[in-house]
Design a binder for this molecule. Structure first.
Ligand code: DP6
Length: 327
């Protein structure tokens, strides 16, 4: 009863921020993401008879209490569905910084869902796998699929809500250049940040009202492979989400000074060099820059000249979650 899965991270082009049902972890707004080929989590799950409790290691260290609780809840759902009682040994590694606003929960829970189901011999389709991952972390529901992925807003109570494929990776050869600007963990995780936004930000309602139209524009731009249309809609979705979070009490500010430096670089490259480049940020200080493959070198050069950028990772649309052989 042992299986290994690999899932890629994803970055939202139209953001999810806020829940319509906290208990079932359903998003209040629709979102669309790109799965990233160069950032992934690999997770092995083994159900072991006689183990006293689930043992969870992330990146070679024992998981924190909060991380472990969320993983155990997912394992409990798998055990209930498969009718097994054995506790599990879970070993997960990321090939990028964990919990610094770099979508580690997305790839982590997608890989955990797929590996746990495979280890428990549950032959679930993508919709059930995605719903399982989504329940733990909504963005993880999107990492079941490769390419471009959408997750609708959830009606309260709809625990079957799953992400669906919008377009496969081959549909559009775009790049996301991830500018990593810190290695530390973030202060406020996305779950807490969006809940504080929902309950205290005067701009939360405005965000929820504005998000669907921005998501629709992102969707149309992806289907038309129109970067000049995608970029501004993606940036506005990002800024609207952060404006909502900044106005919470206390304000949630994920950006560092270097985040603004990178944003200025992106604008300069766009306005002065005339390149099609746009930026997005999530619940952390890093900046992800979307551009066409031909412009990657110029973008990387500009980013590496920006003080405070530690390194860049160039990602293309990546593959779906997959089960890998275990020895
Ligand atoms: C800013 O999926 O991490 O990255 O469902 O509470 O686990 P939970 O939140 P999570 O939130 C992601 C927020 C975001 C935008 C996005 O990925 O859509």
């Amino acid at each position: 009863m042992r299986a290994k899965a690999r899932a890629c991270a994803n970055i939202a082009l139209a953001k999810y921020w806020g829940k319509s049902d906290v208990a079932l972890n359903l998003p209040a707004v629709p979102s669309i993401s790109m799965t990233l080929d160069r950032m992934s989590s690999e997770t092995t799950v083994e159900f072991v008879d006689g183990l006293a409790s689930d043992e969870i290691a992330i990146g070679g260290e024992q998981a924190s209490a909060g991380e472990a609780r969320r993983a155990v809840e997912l394992l409990d759902r798998v055990r209930a569905a498969a009718g097994i009682a054995a506790r599990a040994r879970v070993v997960s590694t990321n090939d990028f910084p964990t919990a610094a606003g770099l979508a580690s929960s997305a790839s982590g829970f997608a890989a955990l869902a797929a590996a746990a189901c495979a280890a428990a011999k549950l032959d679930w389709d993508d919709a059930r796998l995605s719903a399982l991952a989504r329940r733990s972390s909504a963005s993880a529901g999107r990492s079941i699929h490769g390419g471009f992925v959408e997750l609708a807003a959830g009606a309260p109570g709809d625990d079957a809500l799953a992400a669906t494929l919008l377009a496969p990776a081959e549909h559009w050869d775009v790049r996301m250049v991830v500018a990593i600007v810190s290695t530390g963990r973030k202060d406020v995780g996305s779950t807490d940040g969006m809940e504080l936004s929902r309950t205290t930000s005067p701009y939360y309602r405005a965000w929820v009202d504005a998000a669907p139209a921005l998501c629709e524009e992102v969707r149309a731009a992806i289907l038309a492979r129109d970067l000049a249309r995608l970029g501004p809609a993606m940036e506005q979705s990002t800024m609207a989400m952060h404006a909502c979070a900044i106005a919470a009490r206390p304000g949630i500010l994920y950006w560092l000074p270097v985040t603004l430096e990178v944003l200025a670089t992106v604008r300069r490259v766009r306005e002065k060099q005339g390149l099609g480049v746009w930026a997005t940020m999530d619940a952390g200080p890093h900046v992800k820059v979307v551009c066409l493959p031909d412009d990657v070198d110029a973008v990387r050069r500009a980013l590496s000249r920006t003080e405070g950028v530690l390194r860049t990772v160039v990602c293309a649309p990546g593959p779906r979650v997959r089960i890998e052989p275990v020895p």
